[in-house]
Ligand binder design. Structure first.
Ligand code: NDP
Length: 312
């Protein structure tokens, strides 16, 4: 029985994945690329990275799906992905490290008021703004999972005043965690910087909307590192125009690549990144996938599994 690799890849990327996976998989494993000729009935395991909808149709002996991406929202939105086949998420320390570094860069950029100084530079204005220390800067994190926890811990270690919001309650040294709508309201009203690290689900879609922005203190900034579908774009433009929000750093968008005529590109109070916060590291992801396949071959189900009912 074989392994199928399917993703939104060009020929060169497929070739690099093949090379990295071949270096890690057990010698008797047979790897097929979606672009190869193969018998669908021979596929037992699918390694997927944002696969085009319908990619897994006809794989009647499929028993395991290993995601090579941290987010599985695109995969779960494909109704043809068989509901009975377990999906394993990618947990990669390198990806977590990359996200942590990106979130730290965003918070430092906002904390040290670089957007305001950039505006001053444009008009050659020499003006010192009041200095604030990290312990006086309140950061709220939506999502306290693999990535949210690492980001929260890194910020707390620099003395930022961090709170995080999740579905279940968590206890975590040095970080107040909140749940539910009342917990969200309490977190929002004290967040000078709000970072979104939620998965995109039916419950979290459009969560960054006018109602949420209103609950943030005037002059707050937002950082969206999760998914474009979390953000109501019109409400963000309104909140920036009214001055209620000072700045937004966006790594993800409803449409990617961000269309060339999109207003976010030229907005002075938006920093737009081309979905680079934390990219899958092919080498480490291939090793993690291969280790999970070894576990599966040894009759142990790898973890963590996606909870289809929750959507993440
Ligand atoms: P996890 O699944 O580990 O964590 C998700 C967190 O969100 C959990 O704390 C969960 O709560 C919480 N959550 C989910 N639904 C709700 C809800 N309705 N209300 C409150 N809290 C909720 O995900 P990761 O940390 O690994 O990743 C988060 C997201 O980051 C990914 O889904 C992906 O979209 C994005 N991402 C972006 C990248 C980029 O380059 N920009 C790269 C990688 C990921 P609980 O703890 O109770 O389960």
């Amino acid at each position: 029985m074989s392994i199928l690799l399917v993703g939104e890849f060009g020929a060169e990327e497929y070739a690099r994945w093949r090379e990295n996976l071949a270096a890690c998989l057990a010698g008797d494993e047979i790897l097929r690329l979606a672009t190869d000729k193969y018998d669908p009935a021979s596929i037992e395991i699918a390694l997927v990275a944002n696969p085009p909808a319908g990619s897994l149709v006809g794989l009647r002996n499929l028993r395991l799906i290993q995601s090579l991406w941290a987010g599985v929202d695109r995969l779960l939105s494909d109704a043809t992905v068989p509901a009975h086949v377990p999906i394993v998420r990618l947990i990669d320390p390198n990806l977590t490290q990359a996200m942590t570094e990106c979130a730290l860069a965003c918070v430092m950029f906002l904390h040290r008021q670089f957007p305001a100084y950039a505006e001053q530079q444009a008009t050659r204005e020499w003006k010192k703004r009041p200095q604030t220390l990290a312990r006086q800067r309140r950061v709220g994190i939506l999502g306290f999972g693999q990535l949210g926890q690492a980001v929260a811990a890194a910020l707390a270690s620099l003395n930022f005043d961090v709170e995080a919001w999740s579905a279940r309650s968590h206890s975590f040294e040095g970080i107040r965690t909140r749940t539910g709508q009342s917990g969200l309201a309490a977190l929002l009203e004290r967040s000078d910087i709000l970072i979104n690290l939620l998965p995109l689900t039916a419950e979290t879609a459009d969560i960054l909307n006018a109602n949420l922005f209103r609950q943030l203190p005037r002059g707050a900034s937002i950082v969206n590192l999760a998914r474009g579908g979390h953000l109501d774009e019109g409400s963000l433009l309104d909140a920036l125009a009214s001055g209620h929000l000072a700045h937004a750093i966006l790594d993800v968008f409803r449409e990617e690549p961000l269309p060339r005529d999109h207003p976010f590109w030229s907005h002075p109070r938006i920093t737009a990144l081309p979905h680079v916060a934390a990219e899958t590291d092919m080498k480490t992801a291939a090793k993690i996938a291969a280790d999970n396949i070894r576990e599966f071959r040894g009759s142990r189900m790898p973890a963590p599994l996606v909870d289809r009912a929750k959507g993440y």
